[in-house]
Design a protein around this ligand. Sequence first.
Ligand SMILES: [Zn+2]
Length: 171
Amino acid sequence: MTHAAGRSWHGTMPVQFLYTPGAAGLRFFQTVKQKGLLSATRCEECAVTYLPPRIYCENCFADLSDAWREVPGVGRVHTYAVAHVDREGRPLARPEIIAFVRIDGTDGGLITRLINLAPSEVQIDMPVEMVLRPPRRRRALLSDILGFAPPRAEQADVGRRRLTRKARERA
Ligand SMILES: [Zn+2]
């Protein structure tokens, strides 16, 4: 895991997947599939917007099953780790960047992959946006979310560099 200050260390990070099947999870993934948006629930009493959505407020136990709101998949990198091996310990051809992304307009966030950038390009607090499978290929599953990437305008440079490299490899 690398830090904004440049500290880094090696080790293992337990990654817990956020989603359990259930009413909130079903609705969350249907909304991703149909609208390309994330869903949160809001407790007005506590002024907390839960993402992943919770059906009950953690603070006051209010029923939030009718307190849904939809938010765009944009946020900022809160923390990240670079994986060099897969879950079975086999080396990955390309390192994967796993991040906790705080979602704008909510008090929560998602553990997700960062894509379309190299580990050296990641910065704490950088803005990122959700990248989804094309609408016809979505199945209302976690895999509909390919990951989060720098906003398209900021990606142009990274993309160009990559194309140049590919062209070189082909030559
Ligand atoms: Zn509450």
